[in-house]
Design a protein around this ligand. Structure first.
Ligand SMILES: Cc1cc2nc3c(=O)[nH]c(=O)nc-3n(C[C@H](O)[C@H](O)[C@H](O)COP(=O)(O)O)c2cc1C
Length: 319
């Protein structure tokens, strides 16, 4: 008889999953343990209705948590079965991860699992040195294994993305309710949102589209020069349905943890995918490729800029 993981083990896997990245650190997830399964829900109260009206980025965030949960379960020596949207009657139930037969330890799993607490969004300038091609290939492979593509933007595409991102940021600022929504997620509630300390400096040349999470804080900002030729990657999927958004999130987290393991700093950049016309320009929907997110990678300085997380009791339904 196969002995499945205890509730305590599954709860520890959920705790690991809460370290996943999420749009504005909204942590838009809830978990329910039904041994040997863990259910992951999208929390409608935590959707950003102004910049994410369809809940696409919410499901990318939930997907990132799902990948982390699967990884933690694998580190606890269980293979798992994954079902996306397993119950038609419950649209908020995004995924069910069921522990299956035991597995032996694996150095690749250990390395990715060890990266979980070290991964964070770095909004500071990166070094000008190029990211080696084999490191970029590792990142692309990580995304591919989760059913998505991660493509390096060449010089022309990079310049186009930087321009499109600036344009998208301007248009987002004109949306009704934009400031109020940003204020909600930068107010410093201790357990969610992006604190001013994680915002990073202002780009002296105003070319890097790092989202300015301190713009409403009223704090004096330092400005610094960012790397002139950033390495930008476009995360894309073959479809554009909710299940594809969950796949994109899993691919994102697998690529981010791989980058962390390779000592690379990362910044997700989503303004360009939040304006439909700009998003279309980033990938080729006609060719069956839909852009889900832009990722900046490079060699960053160590910054003590972690963002808070809600506790296990906040996100896990009681037994
Ligand atoms: C779907 C998605 C979109 C994001 N977009 C941006 C962005 O445009 N700019 C940015 O600086 N960070 C972005 N992030 C990073 C989040 O702000 C970050 O994950 C969150 O604040 C938690 O902080 P941490 O990544 O340091 O743990 C995004 C993350 C996700 C999952």
């Amino acid at each position: 008889m196969i002995v499945g993981p205890t509730r305590k083990v599954l709860a520890e896997c959920v705790r690991a999953a809460t370290a996943a990245p999420s749009l504005h650190n909204s942590q838009p997830w809830r978990f329910r343990i039904e041994e040997p399964a863990t259910e992951v829900y999208a929390d409608p109260a935590r959707r950003l209705r102004v910049i994410d009206p369809l809940g696409r980025e919410q499901l990318i965030s939930v997907g990132a948590a799902v990948f982390t949960l699967r990884l933690a379960l694998r580190q606890a020596r269980y293979r798992s079965e994954l079902e996306l949207f397993p119950d038609e009657g419950e649209p908020d139930l995004a995924a069910r991860v069921t522990a299956a037969q035991p597995a032996s330890s694996n150095p690749a799993v250990e390395a990715l699992y060890a990266a979980i607490p070290h991964r964070h969004t770095n909004r500071w300038p990166f070094a000008q040195s190029a990211v080696p091609a084999d490191a970029l290939e590792h990142l692309a492979d990580a995304a591919r294994r989760e059913g998505a593509t991660l493509t390096v933007a060449g010089a022309t595409a990079r310049d186009a993305i930087l321009g499109l991102a600036q344009e998208a940021d301007r248009r987002l600022h004109e949306l009704p309710g934009y400031r109020e929504e940003l204020a909600r997620w930068t107010a410093g509630t201790q357990r969610d949102g992006v604190p001013a300390r994680a915002a990073g400096p202002w780009d002296a040349l105003e070319s890097m589209p790092v989202r300015d999470f301190a713009e409403l804080s009223g704090l004096p900002r330092r400005s610094e020069t960012f790397e002139p030729y950033p390495t930008l990657l476009v995360l894309a999927t073959h479809g554009d349905e909710p299940a594809d958004w969950l796949r994109a999130g899993q691919a994102l987290q697998r690529a981010l943890l791989t980058a962390t393991w390779l000592n690379l700093a990362t910044t997700p950049i989503s303004q360009p995918v939040e304006v439909p016309a700009v998003r279309e320009a980033l990938a080729a929907p006609d060719a069956g490729r839909f852009a889900q997110l832009v990722l900046r990678v490079g060699y960053g300085r160590q910054v003590a800029a972690s963002s808070p997380r809600r506790t296990l009791a906040d996100v896990l339904d009681p037994a």
